[in-house]
Design a protein around this ligand. Structure first.
Ligand code: NAP
Length: 484
């Protein structure tokens, strides 16, 4: 194998390479717009080569003993954690999130490596039984689905990759990984570690690129592609489902959310800390961020007053700076989008109850903002905000809360705050969402099934069934009495 060139960005068949047309692109720090690195910019021929390498490696990787595959994941887990500060710093540099959030992501991202190493040892072992008439001997076994395309977003540059790559490797699938153009450096570092650990050529291929459409079309053009796993916006997810429809490509989709967070009058006194986590982690740029905060009438005024105090006190700044609570957004376009949503709501009658001060100087910052009395027809009441803006509205009773919470096409995460556990179970069960956090604003763990319903996606990542997404069941039909 050729030794990796640091940060070439494109890794195909066990070697780092320049992109086939020699183009490069810059990765920037959203805190100050400085250039962090220049990477090779993969195009269609690189993508075709990457998939061909994944296809060529599929049968030997699928036949590699599961203990060997799990062992590699454990080594990668240890290697990432040994370099936890390096990874956290890289994540902060390219995504803008605070170092505290980045350290949390390193822990969360590494969890998937350990979790799927353990799950691999419990891979579905298949069954053996006869049909009720006693005529057929039924044998089932599970096989890797085949070469995968794994496409990830910028908001969790490490965890969104390990959440897909760990089960793919554990199940015996080879992959082409396409990280977001804004945050490829963490992916490059992860693949460098896999290379150093001796991963066989072709098992994982990496395409850093600014040409997402061209690259994914080239991968979809090959009949060797058997699976796409995508995390990102609902629009791109449905375009990828269409692209895979013709050849019926196995698809897992983790798409956008519109999370309601319901606070009942009897919420625990310290629920505000959890509300802040659910709203502001990663500057509000999370698919499970609380998008609509619904508070029961009797406690609404006190809630807004207390939350306003907390918002006023937030320190906005570079993710690497000591004491920063909220970092920059990913880029200026994200700032413009959030500004537009807030300005439109204010023009329609919404009131800004609190706004944190902004730092001086450059950077893609938007001030954490608390909005109340938002008219229901405003876009901010219906769209995924993806920024540090909390919209608070009121509800009368349980039925009102459930109706309002469910009035969305998205169905990823939701939150319920009450001390009454039977109410939490009743409301949680009535919520049309894949995830319900009860008295918790942080629900992410590799051990739980993560995923949404309706336009928020298809399939689950993590948990006891995360491996199933990368396996296919084969049934062998045998006569009960073997012919002589
Ligand atoms: P995005 O625009 O959909 O991009 C996600 C990834 O898809 C990036 O790698 C992007 O490449 C690539 N991409 C864009 N257009 C493509 C196309 N036509 N064909 C193939 N790939 C394409 O989403 P984002 O703005 O990065 O992320 C934010 C969204 O992700 C939000 O809606 C959020 O809710 C969702 N999200 C969901 C989850 C979940 O688990 N459900 C987790 C995190 C985020 P480029 O970077 O080159 O554009």
């Amino acid at each position: 194998m050729t030794e990796p060139e640091p940060h070439s960005g494109v890794y195909v068949d066990g070697a780092w390479r320049a992109g086939s047309d020699g183009r490069t692109f810059e990765v920037r720090n959203p805190a100050d717009d400085s250039v962090l690195a220049t990477l090779a910019d993969a195009s269609a021929p690189d993508a075709s080569d990457a998939l061909a390498a994944a296809a060529a490696a599929q049968s030997s990787w699928g036949a590699t003993p599961v203990g060997t595959r799990a062992g590699l994941l454990r080594e990668l887990h240890n290697a990432v954690l040994e370099r936890a500060e390096e990874f956290a710093d890289l994540i902060t540099a390219e995504s803008g999130k605070t170092l505290a959030d980045a350290r949390g992501e390193v822990g969360y991202g590494a969890q998937f490596l350990a979790w799927f190493a353990d799950q691999a040892s419990q891979l579905p072992h298949g069954e053996h039984y006869t049909d009720p008439a006693g005529a057929v001997r039924i044998l089932t076994q599970y096989r890797p689905v085949g070469p995968c395309l794994l496409i990830t977003p910028w908001n969790f540059p490490l965890a969104m990759i390990t959440r897909k790559l760990a089960p793919a490797l554990a199940a015996g699938c080879t992959s082409v990984v396409k990280p977001a153009a804004q945050t490829p450096l963490t992916a490059v570092r992860l693949v460098e570690l896999l290379h150093e650990l001796g991963l066989p050529a072709g098992v994982v291929n990496l395409l850093s690129t600014t040409r997402a459409v061209e690259v994914s079309e080239a991968v979809f053009a090959s009949p060797a592609l058997r699976k796409v796993s995508f995390t990102g916006s609902t629009g791109v997810g449905s375009a990828l489902l269409r692209a895979g429809a013709e050849r019926v490509v196995n698809s897992s989709m983790e798409l956008g959310g519109d999370a309601p967070l319901i606070v009942f009058d009897d919420a625990e006194p310290d629920h505000l800390d959890q509300v802040l986590v659910a709203k502001l982690r990663n500057s509000g740029q999370s698919c499970i961020a609380a998008n609509r905060i619904l508070v029961q009438d009797a406690s609404a005024d006190a809630f807004v007053e207390a939350l306003a105090e907390r918002f006023h006190a937030l320190r906005v700044g570079a993710g690497r700076a000591e004491g920063t609570d909220v970092g920059p957004l990913i880029d200026d376009a994200a700032v413009r989008k959030v500004s537009r949503l807030v300005d439109e709501a204010v023009a329609a009658g919404a009131r800004i109850a609190a706004q944190a001060p902004l730092p001086e100087g450059p950077g893609s910052y938007y001030p954490p903002t608390l909005l109340v009395d938002v008219p229901g027809e405003c876009a901010i009441a219906r769209e995924e905000i993806f920024g540090p803006v909390a919209c608070v509205s009121r509800f009368k009773d349980e039925a009102d809360a459930i109706r309002t919470a469910n009035a969305t096409q998205a169905g990823l995460a939701s939150y319920v705050f009450t001390q009454d556990l039977s109410k939490a179970l009743r409301v949680g069960t009535a919520l049309d969402f894949g995830i319900v956090g009860v008295n918790r604003g942080f629900v992410s763990t590799a051990a739980a099934p993560f995923g949404g319903i309706k336009t928020s996606g298809l399939g689950r990542e993590g948990g006891l069934h995360g491996l199933d997404e990368y396996l296919e069941c084969q049934y062998l039909s045998l006569p009960v009495n073997s012919p002589t």
